[in-house]
Design a protein around this ligand. Structure first.
Ligand code: DGJ
Length: 634
């Protein structure tokens, strides 16, 4: 049994961890335990009944509420903030009922309701026992006849065992330099990490790991968690003066408001969290297995060695240039040839074409078929680059539908990389994109799509939203993205999709339900890549990490080293093959053949970060097959 009900609460047990909470005498749903699994149900602590500390810090402030709403005297960063139609702005949640659903991934639903208004909140828990993870999300519903305005609705608040000596591990970065691992003491007060950019962003990631400062890669306690969402998100890590430490994750409440009309329900994205005594490496391996076993659409499919044309030919793609590259790639053992940007109508540089998703008639006078046939005849699959959410002013699409972009009518439409963002919250935009990408996939044997997104939002307006609340854009956009991607996936299940946003700008567990892989960074210089890959590997398994061997810093770095770095993930080649000498091509063929032999261990095995590139001139990574019969050491 992985979920059991106690007299006053519930215990959720995984393979080696446990999580519990219950109702205290005041009727508050209070967190009680998160850590190592204990021998008997009676071993788990009872909810505390605090008497408070002073008039300034009453019982509410000292009770670790499982899902605190903004109300009363708790002064804790709450998960929920709402305004009722009469202007009342606090929410008093009371327990109503709970139910357990047994199965492979057992679930618990705890139903709460406001003490006065017809407003209900359900806290959902799902136990991933084998992965030592608990998944949480919330649904909020309006059962009355007047609207309720939600100003914050987070997925979870994760409570750490009492203490204020935690260290926070997270990743930060920027374009060309993503995912740097940071470890710092978590001081009193609130530490916020977030995205306000419409996507997950290159800058931070909705992931945390907390420890007591002594944990290393191999041993020590780690409490860690993620949010599965590809839009604006927020992580709030709070340490109080009463040794209470908690981390909340959810939709960003910055510029957020959501009118919940009578009869409506809003469901938050899920947050997953886990506990291990096996150090940061152990925490990563749990996440890796969870992602491969339950999140990825193609699960444990081995990814093919691909060639990508971007760094070789940029926008200068045509049948001739791509065929020349494909012929060399095939001889080296490449299995999938991907034509990147530049192939579609009017796309000669980054000022035009986005939105017009049909082959450029000058570059491909006979369409894409002759190139694809040639690539297939060479024994390779064919893949294509698209950037569906974007439009250039110089495109047929923008000339026909300039109102489709995210904008405010009285403001300039700021362009970044000469492009604007199509409003994916709109159904007509979603349908247009589904239709055009679908046509490409129906007409051609395309087995791989790289889905790119090369700017962040500005002027987040949505005049014709049909609601008073254009701020719903932040969430509706992501839901629209998921709908478009999900529909295309369903129609073309054979296609492997890659999430790219100028490199790693959209790397999260929300997008991995649609994308099989992530393009980690536009920085393909192998030494720089080591640190980026180290950060990426904290969350994501090697099969999701596409890594190319390119010509970046080739004067200084041997081909062998560049291959080794890329072989740590899903191997790709991105160099200008026409410029590679014959010896380099045959050396590449050697590494590609070796990679094919060892790729099941790398892509599907257990990863051990032996020496960090942050601390050592020589770093080391090891992969072991699940049965421990085979290993690879870089
Ligand atoms: C940004 C991507 O990260 C690159 O790999 C490449 O696809 C370019 N966009 C193409 O415009």
């Amino acid at each position: 049994m992985t979920i059991f009900a106690l007299e006053q609460g519930w215990v959720l047990e995984t393979k080696s961890a446990a999580y519990s909470f219950g109702l205290n005498k005041a009727g508050l749903l209070a967190h009680t335990y998160w850590g190592k699994k204990l021998p008997y149900p009676e071993d788990y602590p009872q909810p505390i009944d605090s008497e408070g500390w002073a008039s300034f810090n009453g019982a509410a402030h000292l009770t670790p509420e499982e899902y605190p709403a903004y109300a009363g005297t708790s002064y804790i960063d709450p998960c929920l903030k709402a305004t009722f139609a009469d202007g009342v702005r606090d929410v008093v949640l009371r327990f109503e009922s709970a139910e357990i659903r047994e199965g492979n991934t057992p679930e618990l639903a705890v139903h709460l309701a406001d003490a006065y208004y017809p407003f209900k909140v359900t806290l959902h828990y799902r136990v991933h026992a084998a992965h030592d993870l608990i998944e949480r999300w919330a649904t909020v519903s309006n059962h009355g006849d007047t609207p309720i305005t939600l100003e914050r609705v987070w997925s979870a608040q994760w409570h750490l065992p009492s203490g204020d000596d935690y260290h926070l591990t997270h990743v930060t970065g920027r374009w060309l330099d993503e995912m740097h691992l940071r470890r710092e003491p978590l001081g009193h007060g609130i530490k916020i990490l977030e995205s306000r950019r419409l996507t997950t962003s290159h800058h931070h990631n909705p992931w945390f790991a907390l420890d007591h400062g002594q944990t290393n890669e191999d041993t020590g306690e780690v409490w860690f968690g993620i949010l599965a969402w590809s839009g604006n998100w927020k992580l709030s890590a709070e340490v109080t003066d009463f040794q209470s430490t908690r981390v909340s994750l959810g939709l960003n409440d910055w510029d957020f408001a959501w009118t919940l009309n009578p009869g409506e329900t809003l469901t938050t994205p899920p947050s997953c969290a886990g506990y291990t005594q096996d150090g940061f490496g152990g925490a990563s391996r749990l996440l890796h297995d969870y992602i491969r076993d339950t999140i990825l659409p193609h699960g444990k499919t081995l990814h093919k060695v691909l060639y990508n044309s971007w760094e070789a030919t940029l926008f200068d793609v045509d049948e001739h240039s791509q065929t020349e590259l494909a012929e060399i790639a095939a001889k080296m053992g490449v299995e999938l040839f991907v034509m990147d940007d530049g192939w579609f109508h009017g796309r000669n540089d980054d000022t035009s074409g986005l939105g017009d998703w049909w082959p450029d008639a000058v570059k491909f006078p006979h369409g894409l078929s002759p190139l694809i046939e040639r690539v297939n005849a060479l024994g390779m699959d064919f893949g294509l680059w698209v950037e569906p959410e974007m439009v250039n002013a110089n495109s047929d699409l923008y000339r026909a539908h300039s109102d489709w972009v995210i904008h405010f009518p009285t403001r300039a439409r700021i362009e970044a990389r000469n492009q604007m963002i199509l409003n994916f919250a709109r159904l007509d935009v979603q349908d247009y994109i589904i239709d055009h990408i679908d046509r490409l996939l129906v007409a051609h044997p395309i087995t791989f799509i790289k889905w790119d997104m090369n700017r962040n939002v500005s002027e987040p307006g949505w005049q014709d939203s049909g609601t008073d609340d254009a701020r719903q854009l932040w969430v509706r956009y992501v839901e629209g993205l998921y709908r478009v991607w999900g529909t295309l996936r369903e129609r073309h299940p054979q296609v492997i999709w890659q999430s790219c946003s100028g490199g790693g700008g959209r790397a999260d567990l929300g997008i991995l339900r649609y994308a099989d892989q992530i393009w980690v960074s536009d920085n393909t210089e192998a030494t720089a890549r080591l640190a980026i890959q180290e950060g990426f590997s904290q969350l994501f398994p090697a099969n999701t990490m596409e890594a190319w061997v390119t010509d970046a810093n080739a004067e200084a770095l041997s081909l062998a080293f560049r291959f080794h770095v890329s072989m740590c993930g899903s191997l790709g080649i991105g160099g200008h093959l026409l410029k590679w000498r014959e010896e380099e091509r045959s050396e590449a063929a050697y590494w590609i053949a070796l990679y094919k032999e060892i790729r099941p261990i790398i892509q599907l095995g257990d990863q051990y970060r032996l020496r960090s590139p942050q601390n050592h001139a020589f770093s080391a990574v090891q992969y072991m097959s699940k049965d421990r019969g085979e290993g690879v050491l870089f």
